[in-house]
Design a protein around this ligand. Structure first.
Ligand SMILES: C[S@@+](CC[C@H](N)C(=O)[O-])C[C@H]1O[C@@H](n2cnc3c(N)ncnc32)[C@H](O)[C@@H]1O
Ligand code: SF4
Length: 449
């Protein structure tokens, strides 16, 4: 890849886990609006639940997630009471109109919950919602301290997929990010989950961390390939110390620049593809037997706040502090601070504090962004078929982009727009070109490579 292009497209852009993106959410979407959105969910609309557990028993300095450090269980137990109450409130609003086809627990570390509390939370969901028989259930797992009791509780609750954080096995890197994690404890978690019958296991890796080199990321990737997870996520380290104060513990002089980051990502990607993993979107890999690879091959891959997904559900209900939901009318986010969230929920209210209602051509551009991020292919006829005449403006922008695209990111042939292999690498920047909100906004984002 030409160095000038890497530098040009390294400039910060959103990760497009939503469109419009979160910096454009505003306080006009509050509990009253959200209550109305929930009450008007079309009957039979499949729903995916996302639950956020914002606690970790040790804080990794690179972490960009919404979480807080605690060594005591009391704050977690107290938080769980609010989550249970929110399950009851939202379940009451939706009633039995919408089947829950999927549930995802993220964080933070949902594995901070005790085995008994995991079971209580799942039982509450089953009591207050109508759970579909082929319910998919995924949990983000910190393998450090993950024990057999928790594995069994999750398996009994119907866990179908697990996502395990690794990041890097190199000891210098682990010291620099304050995350000590042995290969042995990671392997134990993978084997334990497999023995418990969990069908799909994902491992998260990160490149661009302090002290990483092409060789060190390759060594971690080789070790992970040896565990044969069904999926691997390869994230570029997002260094945003203006948003995440603890990232200032990371010595910036140890961080690689865009060209080296690009080389690290490429090295890992070649190892993974040589080992039989298919590339999914711009930062995921999956064995061809895994459902993520199968939906990607069929053109049904989705992108949402959890990254790439195989969910058929358009509607996501976010529960817990900072959780974001997507309803037919727009996005809604709960209060970020756990105390604020808990106060609102205990008062019997919803905790929505911001969001955005879809307006103008948001749904159209959201569709374009999602398809580019997922498949890299869009046809004029499909856009017109789905969105009618208003699709014309975006089609004209895409056409103009393809015609004047000196960098070779996107082509147009026989009415089909297609990202080139280079465009697929810089897909976030391609989407940014089609995002009018970005031109208005002041938000700061992370590097695109
Ligand atoms: C909630 S954590 C995963 C579960 C568990 N807390 C753990 O760390 O094992 C979500 C994932 O986001 C990724 N992540 C967190 N902060 C990041 C950052 N600043 N840049 C890129 N990826 C990040 C990591 O790969 C991490 O595994
Ligand atoms: S990476 Fe995982 S364990 Fe580490 S601080 Fe973030 S959420 Fe917690």
């Amino acid at each position: 890849m030409r160095k000038d292009l890497i530098r040009k497209y390294a400039s910060p852009v959103p990760r497009y886990t939503s469109y419009p993106t979160a910096p454009h959410f505003h306080a006009g979407i509050d509990a009253t609006v959200y209550r109305d959105w929930l009450a008007n969910l079309p009957a039979g609309e499949a729903v995916s639940l996302y639950m956020h557990i914002p606690f970790c028993d040790s804080l990794c300095w690179f972490c960009g997630c919404h979480t807080r450090h605690t060594l005591r269980y009391d704050p977690v137990a107290l938080y769980l009471e609010s989550l249970l109450k929110e399950v009851e409130t939202i379940g009451g609003l939706i009633g039995d109109r919408s089947p829950v086809t999927e549930m995802q627990w993220g964080g933070g570390s949902p594995t901070m919950l005790s085995a008994a509390d995991m079971q209580r939370l799942v039982n509450a969901v089953r009591r207050h919602f109508t759970v579909a028989p082929d319910f998919a259930f995924g949990v983000e797992i910190d393998p450090r301290g993950f024990d057999i009791g928790r594995i069994e509780a999750l398996a009994r609750s119907g866990l179908t997929r697990a996502s395990i954080g690794v990041q890097d096995f190199d000891s210098a890197v682990q010291a620099a990010i304050n995350r000590q994690q042995s290969f042995a404890e990671t392997e134990e978690a993978v084997l334990g989950l497999r023995r418990a019958g969990v069908a799909s296991i994902n491992i998260d890796l990160v490149y661009g961390l302090p002290h990483q080199t092409r060789d060190s990321v390759a060594a971690t990737a080789e070790a992970v390939i040896g565990l044969r997870p069904d999926r691997i996520a390869l994230f570029g380290y997002a260094h945003v110390p203006w948003m995440k104060k603890h990232q200032s513990m990371i010595d910036e002089s140890l961080l690689a620049g865009p060209e080296e980051r690009f080389a690290m990502a490429n090295r890992v990607a070649s190892l993974l593809t040589a080992a039989g993993y298919a590339r999914i979107g711009f930062d995921h890999f999956a064995l061809p037997s895994d459902s993520l690879a199968r939906v990607a091959a069929d053109g049904h891959l989705r992108r949402n706040f959890q990254g790439y997904a195989d969910t058929p559900a358009d509607t996501i209900i976010g529960l817990g502090a900072s959780a974001i939901g997507r309803l037919p009318r727009g996005y809604a986010q709960n209060a970020t601070a756990t105390g604020d969230y808990m106060r609102r929920i205990t008062a019997g209210d919803l905790a929505t504090v911001r969001g955005i209602a879809f307006a103008g051509d948001d749904a159209l551009r959201g569709f374009v962004v999602e398809r580019l991020m997922c498949d890299g292919v869009l046809s004029r006829s499909e856009l017109v078929h789905r969105f009618g005449a208003p699709a014309g403006e975006v089609i004209a922008e895409l056409s103009e982009f393809a015609a004047a695209d000196a960098d070779g990111l996107i082509s147009e042939e026989a009415g089909v727009f297609r990202l080139t292999p280079r465009g697929a690498v810089f897909v976030r920047s391609v989407c940014a070109r089609l995002d009018p909100y970005l031109r208005q906004g002041e938000a700061r984002h992370s590097m695109a490579v």
